[in-house]
Every structure is written in C-alpha cells, then in structure tokens.
Design a protein around this ligand. Structure first.
Ligand code: XUL
Length: 556
C-alpha cells in the first residue's frame, strides 16, 4: 500500500502526518522546537526583539527538526519509509530563508553520515529567518504602497496591502539594514520552498499561492510587479534571488534527495509535490466548494473562503488557490476573537470566577429563539476590541452605538462603552463579529444570493454550538453550517491530501471530486440546531447599519 507524507512547519513545531491514498491517517509525529531542540534557546520557536520589532527563527534549527522528525518516524515499529510515494507540505507563511552561493552544491551533495545541519550550515547568507510575527518593516511597507499609488492599489495588484510580515518588505529591509547579507544572497526561499528544497537537494521554486504573501506578485498578470522590483535598485538581482514562481501546485517537482534514501530508507522514486503556505494548506483539508467558508474561532478569528471571484481589498487578503488554477482563497484575519467573547462571558457571570459559558449561552439562545436581532430591533451595534484590531485598523477599544431611527435619517442617539444591560453584549458581540465577516465576504462570494454555501467552524470556540448558531444566524449559509471536530492537524492533513492528489494522475478528476470522494459528509456535525436558515433576519439593512456604525465609531 502506498503512503503519503504531509509536513507542517509552523512557528512552534514541525509535524508530519502519514496517510494512505484514501487519506486515512497511518502515522503522526512532531518536533516541538522549544522543548525538543532546547539548544537553540527559542521561545515558542522564535527570537523576539521588542525594541526593533524583529521576530526571527534560526534556520538550522529547522534542519535539525527535519532529521529528528524522520528519526521519530523511523523509531515507530513497522513504519516503512519505502512506502512513501510522495511528500508535500504546508508551512508558516511569509518567512524567508536567505541561501548563499554555496547552497546549490551543498544541497546536491548531501550524503549519509552527518546531519542536515552540519552539511548545510555554511549555505546561508543569513542564519535566521524573519517570521510572520516580525513587524520591523514599517518604512519598507510605506515604500511598497507609495510605489504603486497607495494601499488599495497594492491590494488590487498583489492581493493584499503592504503588511509588515510580508516577504517583499522583509527582503527590502534586509537590503537596507544588512547589505552584506543581501549581496551574499543567491536565492530566497519561503519556508515552504525551503523545506521542499532540502528534501529535493536543489532549489525548488516558490509556489504561487504562497508567493501571494510577499507583496511582489501581480496576481492577475502572473508576473512580478515591475514598480515594486524597482525599489530594490538592481531589478535583475531581486528577480534572480526570488526565482521563478510555480503556478502548478499539483505536478511533482522533484524526486527525493539520496540523503533521505540512504539515511531513512525512502524510495528513490518518492516525489516532492509543491509545498504551500499553512492557510492555503488548511483549505485543502476540507472538501470545500466555491463560496464555502471556514471560520476559525481561536484567539484570533480567521475566515477563509474559496471563490472564483478576484475581489481584492486593503481590508483582507486574496491568494491564488494552491491547487485549482482558476480559484482564489480569500482570507480575513482579525486580531480579536476568543478574548473578547470571554470578557463578555465574565461580565455576565458577574462576581463568580466561574469560566462557564452556561449563562452566556442561555442568554444567546433565548435571543435566538425570540426571533429578534439587536441590530434591527434595538438599533444597537457594539465593537469589542480588547486587542488592537486590524479589520478595521484601530487601537484597542470598546464602543456601543444606539441609533435613533425614528427620524428618516438615522442618527446615533448614544455612544458609550457600555450598553444599558450587559445581556445585550452577549448578542451584540456575536452579531458584530459575524456582521463584519458577512460584510467583507460579500465582495468575494459569487453566489447569486450573496450567501456562503456552507460554513465550517473550526478552532476552540467551534466546540460551543450556541456561538456557532448565533454566527450562522447572521452569515446564513445556504447549505448549512458544520463543526469540524479535530482541525488541529488541518494544514498537515491538507498537505498530505495534496501529496496524494499530485502523485495519482486520476486524469480528469478535479480537486473537489478527489476530496469529496475521500471525505464523506458524515465526518462533519451540523451546528445549525433549530435555526431556520431559509430566513435572513439580518439582511442588507443590518449590514448597512454595521457599516455606518464603523464609520461613526472609527471615521472609516
Ligand atoms: C497569515 C499569517 C499567519 C501565518 C501563521 O498571513 O501571517 O497565519 O501563516 O503560520
């Protein structure tokens, strides 16, 4: 039986999931950087310098992690590397690795007997990789936006406005701050193409979906943005070190390097299927159809949508789909999520130190069954940002608006940091979080009714069915909402699925058909409860009130 390996190199760990061709999990192993590789002295996988806002990871630590992961898999009884037919990966986005001119020969000549780290440690122009949490590039971000006429224009071209963590501004900062590193750089890999390059023993091109996290790639024209390359002065050098962007996420790009055959017993035929970023990898873990949305309810809130509509905005991100050439992935990344809901929960629990959701849920449920909405029946909208928010970009704040709709033109009758009754915050926070997603998803959806098809809830709060139901009442997915029980391995699983798809030439089988066949619906629990999703209680009127409230509160 052939097996496939999906790797996930995230901030804190490297994980590997081995599956069969039906995507049944056969083996799993992981390496936690801080715990398993303490010699690097990272905290949660990184070195952070609050003064400079730099956050970096030591590159050779990832090489040790790869060897250790394979040793751990090898130690498992009866695990046979020779059965692995293909490997793909989904890695933290935006991070970059700066190789020097020794790298091609060092990669090509890897041999059994000493570790990856000892054979490759001299192959880097910079020994660290700027991480997605790095915020040191404010100056370079301003240059990126100015080069094309502003944030909105940059978003239109590259799918996102300039973000400090994005790889283009990060490379430009290296050129500014560390010119000797830039001069010595032969190639820049993203974390995804770095791992693929090590496994292949040669530079592997950056995958297009992951390239959309660089602010360098013109998504529609499928080329680098000349005005942005010009910021680097020598445009031939920057184009050379970033290399070709691979627009085919499916077809294997290499066979595994002999080092892994000799050291661990991989088959020399084992194929390397293009690696991608962790968010694109996550959408590969569910049988998503166009207009399906994943809402991740963790510390932060993330919404991922698959769409054929390229509708960029400076408020969110659009990426090329990692497998389907005509599709895109839209991504909303909020800073506030669980913490904000927990604050309201603690308020309604009052004096008690109990962390139970019973009261919060009971209030939300009675509101839901009343058939009313806080936005349209009470004309109230609240914003709950205990952390600085990026959608919209505002500092931490709490605002509650009450609108007077008795006159033709609605006016704010009260603006305060509290509603009269704390119970209103329960429904207020859920409506507000969901209305923001609904408003911003709208431009990306292609459904005639402007509604998502399905919503899949993942992450911590997806275990609370009341929260899912209250959000769905606003998002009104036309084909229902679902909870996915165990999504902690989602991006490794998405990568494993990509490896299976890439290695099996099921001519004519689309990505959707491939995944649907392997992931029957009984894997997912419906979380609509008693909701009647044929009714859109909120409609455009609630969205309009929400938008006016954002304008009123934040001057947007
Ligand atoms: C996405 C982002 C993070 C990293 C985390 O833009 O910065 O989700 O990909 O691994």
């Amino acid at each position: 039986m052939s097996l496939y390996l999906g790797l996930d190199l995230s901030t804190q760990q490297l994980k590997g999931i081995v599956v069969d061709s039906d995507l049944n999990q056969v083996e799993i192993a992981n390496v936690e950087f801080e715990v398993d590789l303490p010699q690097y002295k990272t905290v949660k996988g990184v070195y952070a310098n609050p003064k400079t806002k730099e956050v970096q990871a030591p590159v050779v630590m990832w090489l040790d992690a790869l060897d250790l992961l394979f040793q751990r898999l090898k130690a498992k009884k009866s695990f046979d590397f020779a059965r692995i037919r293909g490997i793909s990966g989904a890695c933290q986005q935006h991070g970059s690795v700066f190789w020097n001119a020794q790298a091609p020969a060092a990669l090509a000549n890897l041999t059994k007997g000493s570790s990856l780290c000892s054979q490759l440690k001299e192959s880097f122009a910079w020994d660290v990789s700027p991480n997605w949490q790095d915020a040191s590039t404010a100056k370079e971000c301003a240059q990126f936006e100015a080069a094309v006429g502003g944030a909105e224009q940059l978003a239109t071209i590259t799918g996102s406005k300039a973000h400090r963590r994005f790889t283009g501004p990060q490379i430009l900062r290296v050129q500014h701050q560390l010119p000797e590193v830039y001069a010595a750089t032969d190639r820049v890999s993203l974390v995804s193409s770095f791992v693929a390059s090590v496994l292949a023993g040669a530079y592997i091109d950056i995958d297009e979906s992951d390239a959309c996290g660089m602010n360098l790639w013109d998504i529609s024209k499928k080329e680098f943005v000349p005005k942005i390359l010009a910021l680097f002065g020598d445009t031939a050098k920057i184009a050379k070190i970033v290399g070709h962007i691979n627009q085919d996420g499916k077809t294997p790009v290499a066979r595994i390097n002999p080092y892994f055959v000799q050291t661990y017993g991989f088959s020399p035929e084992c194929a390397i299927v293009p690696f991608t970023g962790d968010n694109p990898g996550t959408i590969l873990s569910l049988p998503l159809k166009p207009n399906d949305v994943i809402v991740s309810l963790g510390t932060s809130t993330t919404a991922l949508v698959v769409t054929h509509n390229y509708a960029p905005s400076s408020l969110y991100h659009m990426f090329a789909h990692p497998v389907v050439p005509s599709a895109y992935m839209g991504m909303l990344c909020y800073c506030n999520g669980s913490l904000a809901r927990e604050r309201v929960r603690d308020e309604v629990n009052g004096e008690t130190t109990s962390k139970t959701w019973d009261k919060f849920n009971a209030i939300a449920e009675s509101y839901i069954s009343s058939g009313k909405t806080l936005a349209l029946d009470e004309h109230k909208i609240g914003f709950y940002f205990p952390l600085n928010e990026i959608i919209p970009t505002v500092d931490a704040c709490q605002v509650r608006l009450t609108w007077d709709t008795t006159t033709g033109d609605a006016k704010v009758s009260s603006k305060s940091d509290k509603f009269t009754d704390v119970k209103e915050d329960v429904i207020g926070i859920l409506e507000s979080q969901a209305l923001s997603i609904r408003y911003r998803l709208d431009g990306m959806l292609t459904s005639a009714n402007h509604r998502p098809r399905r919503v899949y809830y993942v992450g911590g709060a997806s275990q609370n069915p009341t929260i899912c139901a209250a959000l769905s009442r606003v998002l009104v997915p036309s084909a229902g909402s679902y909870r996915v029980a165990d999504m902690k391995d989602a991006c490794a699983m998405g990568a494993a699925a990509k490896a299976v798809f890439g290695c099996n030439d099921e001519s004519g089988t689309s990505w959707e058909e491939f995944l649907e066949k392997r992931m029957p619906d009984d894997r997912f629990n419906r979380v609509d409860g008693e909701l009647d999703l044929t009714k859109d209680l909120y409609g455009q009127a609630a969205v309009d009130l929400f938008v006016r409230s954002e304008k009123e509160s934040f001057g947007l």
